[in-house]
Design a protein around this ligand. Structure first.
Ligand code: URA
Length: 451
């Protein structure tokens, strides 16, 4: 078998067999296949696609490239949750404490931000003292004692994905259904949970821009999970604007805590509750989704979910005083307010407006605004600035007057703030009539939908 022939076979649109896929994955992970050949292979997959069997074989080869976590030392049905990536998506920080407070053990390995999308581990590091890397033994012990632990992926969890993802990130081969499905599911299978709930994002801030692509990704991942013997549910949710009011690491932790205190923004609360609901059903803690939603509401209104967040942060050495008094979190040095007038002035079509509806936004650009401020990584090595980000005062469908605040940008560098401002104001589409119709939860895909 040789690499050149496998690249050519995929380039010409043929179906690869298991040995060929395993050869590529293992060869690249061990450093025997160089970046330039793997890049060519990934680009061939990007254009030619992979069928279900090839995608499943790719997933298994990646999951088997390192250790599989053994969660058998934790009692109960372990349910994992994963988002395909979005802007302002802090649902793991909300859903984890909710379902842990209801007796479902959460042993979660999370990632860092990728491109314009944020990552749970970066966000948690915004809490002073919080440790995202603990030993496997402590991880299991913490889940047994506290019900919830969230750590970064260990180096040997699906190492093939780690290497391939980094290459995809710089070779424009991220947004492909087979590659995303294999990347996510290899990590989820290696992370050892019994059931998986996936949040598949769709829209201008997601990797999948259309509902058809999102549905295909959801079905592909549910098929892989089902084949691997894990109950897998995918919820397709909107990413045409940031989720909630905050984008940026510390800002998002603060917003997540507010949600657990019952003060969350409507759309963010809805997605979080729905995901938590399906996790409870998968964990057999509720007979129906409706019953699960009642449990979720009780967990928030009784303070149980918030208390669980405090216990979890304390267990991972985070200073909980910051959560109890969120004004004490470190803040960015500079702020820049964006008003309706700034948005109106940003394009020729809206320059005569003195009021308008926000009808659409290029959400990837909002993510890039946060990245430009320092909240995301431009290269793998970039250090991120946990204090910067965006607070949105308006959402799609809102009517905005010239003097009204649309957003506040937070930065530590005035030049970056200026660049970010100029990007942000161009991200919105304005109209005199409200044409915004987006729902927040579009569809739920389970094994009965995959035929
Ligand atoms: N998240 C992942 O973990 N992998 C992808 O390929 C895309 C989003």
């Amino acid at each position: 078998m040789n690499t050149y022939d496998i690249i050519m076979k995929k380039r010409d649109g043929h179906v690869l067999d298991k040995d060929e896929i395993v050869y590529m994955v293992n060869g690249y992970t061990k450093g025997e296949i160089p970046d330039y050949q793997m890049s060519a292979f990934l680009m061939a997959v990007y254009f030619r696609g992979m069928n279900h069997e090839e995608t499943t074989m790719l997933t298994m080869a990646m999951a088997d490239s390192g250790d599989r976590l053994d969660l058998s030392g934790i009692d109960g049905i372990k349910v994992d949750k994963h988002s395909t990536g979005g802007v302002g998506d802090k649902t793991s920080l909300i859903v984890g404490p909710i379902i842990a407070s209801l007796g479902v053990p959460v042993a979660k390995m999370s990632g860092r931000g990728l491109g314009h999308t944020g990552g749970t581990i970066d966000k948690l590091e915004g809490i002073p003292g919080f440790s995202t890397s603990i030993s496997e033994e402590d991880f299991i012990r913490q889940v047994n004692e506290t019900g919830l632990a969230i750590v970064g992926q260990t180096a040997n969890l699906a190492p093939a994905d780690k290497k391939i993802y980094a290459l995809r990130d710089v070779t424009a081969t991220v947004d492909n259904v087979s590659l995303i499905a294999a990347s996510i599911m290899s990590k989820k299978l290696a992370a050892g949970a019994d059931a998986i709930v996936l949040d598949v994002k769709v829209g201008s801030g997601a990797f999948m821009k259309t509902i058809e692509d999102a549905r295909l990704l959801a079905k592909t991942m549910v098929a892989i999970g089902t084949l691997a013997g894990k109950e897998t549910t995918a919820v397709i949710t909107d990413m045409n604007e940031p989720l909630g009011n905050a984008v940026g690491n510390i800002l998002e932790v603060q917003e997540a805590v507010e949600c657990l205190q019952g003060k969350g923004e409507t759309r963010l609360m809805e997605v979080s509750k729905v995901l938590a609901g399906y996790m409870l059903v998968s964990a057999k803690k509720a007979d129906s989704f409706e019953d699960a939603m009642k449990l979720v509401e009780d967990s928030i209104s009784s303070g149980a979910a918030y208390n669980k967040m405090i216990d979890f942060v304390a267990a991972q050495h985070g200073n909980t005083a910051y959560l109890r008094n969120m004004d004490t979190f470190e803040k960015a040095k500079f702020t820049r307010v964006v008003t309706g007038r700034d948005l109106f002035a940003a394009s020729e079509e809206s320059s005569s407006f003195d009021k308008a509806y926000l009808t659409a936004c290029n959400n990837q650009e909002i993510g890039m605004t946060s990245l430009v401020l320092g909240g995301g990584r431009e290269t793998k090595e970039s250090e991120i600035d946990l204090t910067v980000g965006i607070h949105l005062c308006k959402h799609l469908g809102d009517f905005v007057l010239a003097d009204e605040e649309v957003a506040v940008l937070y930065g530590n560098d005035e030049n970056k703030l200026e660049v970010a401002f100029n990007r942000f104001v161009k991200a919105y589409t304005l109209s005199q009539t409200n044409t915004f119709t987006n729902k927040i939860v579009y569809e739920v895909i389970t094994k009965k939908d995959i035929g």
